[in-house]
Write a protein that binds this ligand. Sequence first.
Ligand code: DAH
Length: 337
Amino acid sequence: MSELLTAIEKTAREGLEAAAQAGDAAALERMRVEYLGAKGRLTELSRALGALPKDQRPAAGQAVNRAKTELTAAHAKALLALDRGPDVADLLDVTLPGRRPARGRRHLISRTMSEICRIFGQLGFTVVEGPEVETDYYNFEALNFPADHPSRDMQETLFVGDGLLLRTHTSPMQIRTMEKTRPPVWVVVPGKTYRRDDDVTHSPMFHQVEGLAVDKGLTMADLKGVLTAFAAAFFSPETKIRLRPSFFPFTEPSAEVDIACVLCGGRGCRLCKGSGWLELLGSGMVDPALYGFVGYDPDEVSGFAFGLGVDRAAMLKYGLSNIRHLYEGDLRFLTQF
Ligand code: DAH
């Protein structure tokens, strides 16, 4: 019995040695055939087990199996090493700094939109959202647009058939909100808007945040107060605003709101074309004609509204000159913010 065990151990040692010495695939294959093959040395040894007395067979059997496992593993390892060339551990400098996997983040526009909503949230407005595919009624008619208004033209609006269109502004939500709720109403509406426009400052898909407040006794002073607070929070505490008379079908009176130029602070530069002011948004007092569409009593309530271009606000805040940078998905640009 001890003779057989000794022979098994010797064979295992020699096999391991042969695997370690094999310099190429042919030598390794010879090692496999000699030790592990069907007529190999370990196979011969397991045949010899049969001649042993019964009580000695288990120990010898285990020894042969162990030797087979060891040699099979040594063969596999040597084979891998041949395939791979030198061990990777020898080539790898574990002291080198690692490469950071690129991590996703929210797009500049999403973040700007959230920030705008957060600021108005602190001023008492609630966020609501509405459909991007709209009807003529909500996008135009109930907002007091006359039938021959140029924005109802194919040149300006993207129609999708069946009397439906891609909303050209977030203002339709003024009507949808008032239809569903009684005053007081204080809402902001962030969302995507669409127009047939495409140049360095216009994209066919862009973003707006609409604001609507309808309550007892609201005046233009409330509008100006809210927008002054917004400009201070969004741009910088000293940012001045001014209201300029304007026209929108759904507000009367209407005002365009400018902020003091973010680049020169009002002295006049290339960005503000020497005027010291930059146009930021449209606004005004809700035209009482709208109350007729939603069943509000114009003698009871008054309101103000505004519509802010998010892309434009982001471009002003971060000094971007081309709106297309926002939509080309170029990480070299987007990860700067
Ligand atoms: N809807 C207008 C636009 O897209 C912007 C606007 C102007 C919204 C005046 C308003 C407003 O709520 O009162 O150009």
